[in-house]
Design a binder for this molecule. Structure first.
Ligand SMILES: Nc1ncnc2c1ncn2[C@@H]1O[C@H](COP(=O)(O)OP(=O)(O)OP(=O)(O)O)[C@@H](O)[C@H]1O
Ligand SMILES: [Mg+2]
Length: 260
């Protein structure tokens, strides 16, 4: 089993504020991880730090991808290595069509321009899978898209870019039940033994039909608890408060460090 992502003792800040402290996380190829946690605990911050968003400063610790230290690498280099993040709040980009954006993203990541006809064919096929009318290809990226349509455009990117590690930040928020199924189906088609997923969600529905290997809870600036898929049911039914003292039991070294 090859390790894709290895985060060691990571401390991340925005300006003066420390958001993550002493966080450890390892993701191997072939695994699906779910990250949960109360609002504002730092889940999106972790995703941004992994992707190299310069607004988030790594104060200490390291991020390795396929064994190489990428802690100080630019976001576009990380994207070329095969890291992908679907945003919680995708931006509207006037003046660029969805199709042009996708083609530009593909050529930025692979280093070669995709052939126009083949790319259009691939894109149409992916749009069909996501139940997106093909007219959307010529619309400006996310401009006037509904919340759910923006999320589908993110999953379309996932299918076309085919990254090694995909981080989905609340890909399901604002989606109706049918759209959640379509997105979940798209995510399932993407996953294979050579790649991996980190899914940030508040909603068990998205991951219901996926095989989840690990569930992590982010609390007190780090991963405070890791368990199997049944942890999602426990959280859904009993809330984060219902996890009680277990968090301290399984937090390991970083939990005791935090307590000091
Ligand atoms: N650019 C920023 N400037 C200032 N504070 C920030 C910034 N980004 C994040 N924060 C703060 O860091 C904390 C963690 O935010 P983050 O968005 O990572 O939480 P989250 O776990 O993703 O929450 P949610 O479940 O609501 O999406 C919050 O208190 C937030 O206000
Ligand atoms: Mg968030």
């Amino acid at each position: 089993m090859s390790t894709l992502l290895e985060i060691r003792d990571l401390t991340v800040g925005v300006g003066e504020k420390i958001i993550l402290r002493g966080l450890d996380l390892t993701i191997n190829a072939g695994e699906t991880h779910v990250l949960m946690g109360q609002n504002g605990t730092g889940k999106s911050t972790l995703a941004s730090a992994i992707m190299g968003n310069p607004a988030y400063t790594v104060r200490s610790g390291s991020i390795l991808f396929e064994g190489e230290d990428i802690t100080n690498e630019t976001a576009d280099k990380r994207a070329r290595r095969g890291l992908f993040l679907s945003f919680q709040n995708p931006e509207e980009v006037p003046g660029i069509t969805l199709e042009n954006f996708m083609r530009t993203a593909k050529s930025a990541v692979t280093g070669e321009k995709p052939r126009v006809m083949q790319f259009r064919k691939d894109m149409n096929a992916a749009m069909d899978k996501l139940n997106m009318p093909q007219g959307y290809a010529s619309r400006e990226l996310n401009v006037g898209f509904s919340g759910g349509e923006k999320k589908k455009a993110e999953i379309l990117q996932l299918l076309l870019l085919n990254p090694k590690l995909a981080i989905l930040d609340e890909a399901d928020s604002g989606l109706d039940v049918d759209a959640i199924r379509i997105v979940s189906d798209g995510v399932r088609r993407y996953r294979n033994e050579g790649n991996a997923l980190l899914i940030i969600t508040h909603n068990a529905k998205l991951v219901e039909e996926l095989t989840v290997d690990y569930v992590h809870v982010l609390d007190q600036k780090k991963i405070s608890l890791t368990g199997s898929a049944e942890l999602i049911t426990r959280i859904t039914e009993g809330g984060f408060a219902g996890l009680g003292d277990n968090k301290a039991d399984k937090g390991g070294a970083s939990a005791s460090r935090e307590a000091q």
